[in-house]
Ligand binder design. Structure first.
Ligand code: KDG
Ligand code: MG
Length: 403
């Protein structure tokens, strides 16, 4: 079998997605996701101009060798754009391999280790009562794990806390990113109050999660972790910017609060220190941003040795294709933790036909051969790319800050 053609499809059925379609000379095809939120066209060019021409004629069954060819062979290693491009190709190749074997992808990853994949969904609100009501509503919909975020009184709502429970409601579709305001001293005392109220509302038989979005310093995160201990959170996510990994040692010295990190990581080397020093409890890497199924497996296999569990990033900007690959990995690996799942709109499901399914807090990969997701190219063409960015964050004095 040989790779005959590679198409790069950018579409926007409500938000932008970059999709690769690899077609073989034997008629089989596979698709992969290369979406990097707010930088989509950079991945599309990387794939179209620098990757696709090199792969024509290669044997698509050589999944590992093609991964290494794109990783080592480019000389310029790692980084979100490179790794998303590698991820897209890798997903499409695993799709072809599993279709050729006439098996769902998870069978090629060792078969099922569990019956179903637990997910968490998000609740945001302008005040604590609104969040508590949202958590109760999700609980009634069957969710066993829920992420709760609240706006800071006196400041405009920030990403993930808007009136809508859709975390993307605040993303601005315009030529420059929307700007948000952040104040740590207002936030730190607020979060324990939020979880006190939420525990009162839904009790203890539910996993509660919170995302800090890299906004604190290590010692501030340590303080927050200690303050949250009485409420037994499933995790505190991205407490600090993850570039300086030594910072996590400070957090670990002070609190037993479980920590989740990694949605901006794109290689095993980003996670290596955090995993091997057991500074985190959950690795948040996802197939699209961490080099596909091959990249994800390398990271989670390392994590398994060090008691670190998986928690694939799964907001809407991770396309239904990458979500499908995540679910196949989730169901197969021994050290699965949880899967983030924001769900997709009807328009997105029209463009991306999925064999995976969601029901009352749990996902199933489906039994279709391959990873089970395909793109309707004609429909995708009706939804052209729209320029859109994630917001940026400033302190109250106007200076830039992390988020
Ligand atoms: O593109 C970035 C968003 O997907 C990210 O900020 C969402 O933090 C996020 C999460 O946990 O899903
Ligand atoms: Mg996050």
């Amino acid at each position: 079998m040989k790779i005959k053609d590679i198409k790069v499809i950018v579409c926007s059925p409500g938000r932008n997605f970059v999709t690769v379609k690899i077609i073989t000379d034997e008629g089989l095809h596979g698709v992969g996701d290369g979406t990097v939120n707010g930088r989509e066209l950079a991945v599309a060019s990387y794939l179209e101009d620098h990757v696709a021409p090199c792969l024509i004629g290669m044997d698509p069954m050589r999944t590992e060798d093609i991964w290494q060819y794109l990783y080592k062979g480019a000389y310029w290693r790692r980084g979100p754009i490179t790794m998303a491009a590698i991820g897209a190709i890798d997903m499409a190749l695993w799709d072809i391999k599993a279709k050729a074997a006439n098996m769902p992808l998870y069978q090629l990853l060792g078969g099922r280790s569990r019956d179903k994949v637990m997910v968490y969904k998000h609740v945001g609100g302008l005040d604590i009562s609104e969040v508590a009501e949202g958590v109760i509503a999700l609980r009634e919909q069957g969710l066993d794990a829920i992420r709760a975020q609240v706006a800071i009184p006196g400041l405009p709502p920030i990403y993930g806390t808007g009136a809508s429970t859709d975390q993307d409601a605040l993303i601005n579709k315009r030529v420059a990113p929307h700007e948000e305001v952040w104040a740590t001293h207002k936030y730190l005392p607020l979060v324990p109050k939020l979880f006190e109220k939420v525990r009162d509302a839904v009790g203890w038989d539910v996993h509660l999660l919170h995302d800090v979005h890299h906004r604190l310093t290590p010692i501030e995160a340590a303080r927050l972790g200690k303050d949250l201990e009485p409420f037994r959170l499933f995790w505190l996510e991205d407490p600090i910017p993850a570039e300086l990994q030594e910072g996590f040692r400070i957090i670990r010295q002070h609190t037993t609060q479980p920590i989740a990190v990694g949605e901006v990581f794109n290689s095993i080397y980003d996670t290596h220190t955090l995993i091997t020093e057991q500074l985190i409890d959950y690795a948040r890497v996802t197939s699209v941003h961490a080099g596909g199924v091959t990249g994800l497996k390398k990271i989670f296999d390392l994590a398994a040795i060090y008691h670190v569990r998986s928690a694939c990033h799964g907001p809407q900007d991770v396309s239904p294709i990458a979500m499908g690959c995540n679910i196949h990995v989730d169901v197969a690996i021994p050290n699965f933790g949880i899967q983030e799942f924001s769900g997709y709109t009807e328009a997105m499901h029209d463009v991306f036909k999925c064999a995976w399914s969601y029901d009352r807090g749990y996902l199933q990969p489906g039994e279709q051969a391959g990873h089970g997701v395909d793109i309707d190219e004609a429909l995708a063409a009706k939804h052209p790319y729209q320029q859109a960015y994630l917001p940026i964050a400033r302190l109250q004095d106007g200076s830039m800050t992390s988020w």
